[in-house]
Design a protein around this ligand. Structure first.
Ligand SMILES: [Fe+2]
Length: 175
């Protein structure tokens, strides 16, 4: 698929999600959290970056509209911007901003020398984009409220070294 060899990020042509399928941030926070797993299956314990499994009706809609098979579909709530990192457990992600958390919050992709900026992009609300999250990246700007987004992990991009297919947090629920 064309998107997997993208150096940093490209837009994805998928429709806007019907509003009624998105759980409001106040309600999502009451759901069970999906732990943040490292490559080897150990858990990173941070409370300001929280993930929740997508609701079934939204999952069903995404499976219908997404051009690639996904193994994880999650809401992410982040109270702060993100320092330079590569994602653990995946090389690519398809994201959809529900609330950017402020104006001009930008995502930057940075070369392995940790200095040269490859791409800077302000992702708009309700816009789908593919991210090469095996490339160093960060979220820059002052959040005035939590950043809220939906993040899909294409099955081809999963890099976990443990038995993630039998992990209830890391698989999708359609019905
Ligand atoms: Fe990331």
């Amino acid at each position: 698929m064309f998107m997997f060899n993208t150096a940093t990020t490209i837009p994805i042509n998928m429709p806007v999600i019907p509003r009624e399928l998105i759980v409001p941030i106040e309600q999502v926070s009451a759901l069970e959290r999906v732990p943040l797993y490292k490559e080897d299956g150990s858990i990173i314990d941070i409370n300001w970056y929280r993930m929740y499994k997508a609701n079934k009706d939204l999952t069903k809609w995404i499976i219908k509209h997404c051009p690639v098979e996904c193994s994880q579909i999650e809401y992410i709530v982040s109270d702060y911007s993100l320092l330079l990192h590569k994602d653990s457990g995946r090389s690519g992600a398809i994201n959809y901003i529900i609330d950017a958390g402020g104006d001009n919050i930008r995502t930057e992709f940075v070369a392995d020398n940790e200095t040269d900026i490859l791409t800077k992009k302000v992702f708009n609300q309700y816009e789908w984009h593919y991210l090469n999250v095996s490339c160093l990246h960060r979220v820059v700007g002052d959040l005035v409220r939590p950043r809220y987004l939906l993040s899909l992990t294409p099955t081809n991009c999963v890099t976990y070294k443990f038995d993630w297919k039998n992990n209830k947090h890391l698989t999708i629920e359609e019905s």
